[in-house]
Design a protein around this ligand. Structure first.
Ligand SMILES: [Zn+2]
Length: 82
């Protein structure tokens, strides 16, 4: 089930504008959502969805739906190659 059809576009844009980090996170955690907004697709991560979260190297706290986290992983690698 796709979380949001806009997620790929939003995540690419946020990587391009620096709103999402391009660095690999030092440590990540996963768990059930807490209703907070996903930093990828800007929709809430509900308790019945899995959340992927980490603190970026510039000390921002980032959280994603697991699906959005996977997209971010793929796109940040792509961005770092460019
Ligand atoms: Zn999301």
């Amino acid at each position: 089930m796709p979380v949001s059809p806009d997620a790929p576009r939003k995540i690419r844009e946020k990587l391009a504008t620096g709103r999402l980090p391009r660095d690999a996170p030092p440590m990540t955690a996963t768990g059930p959502g807490t209703g907070n907004l996903c930093d990828g697709c800007d929709t809430p991560i509900n308790p019945d969805q899995m959340q992927y979260e980490f603190e970026s190297s510039d000390r921002r706290f980032i959280r994603f739906h697991v699906w959005c986290g996977l997209l971010w992983e793929a796109y940040r690698r792509e961005a770092n190659r460019a």
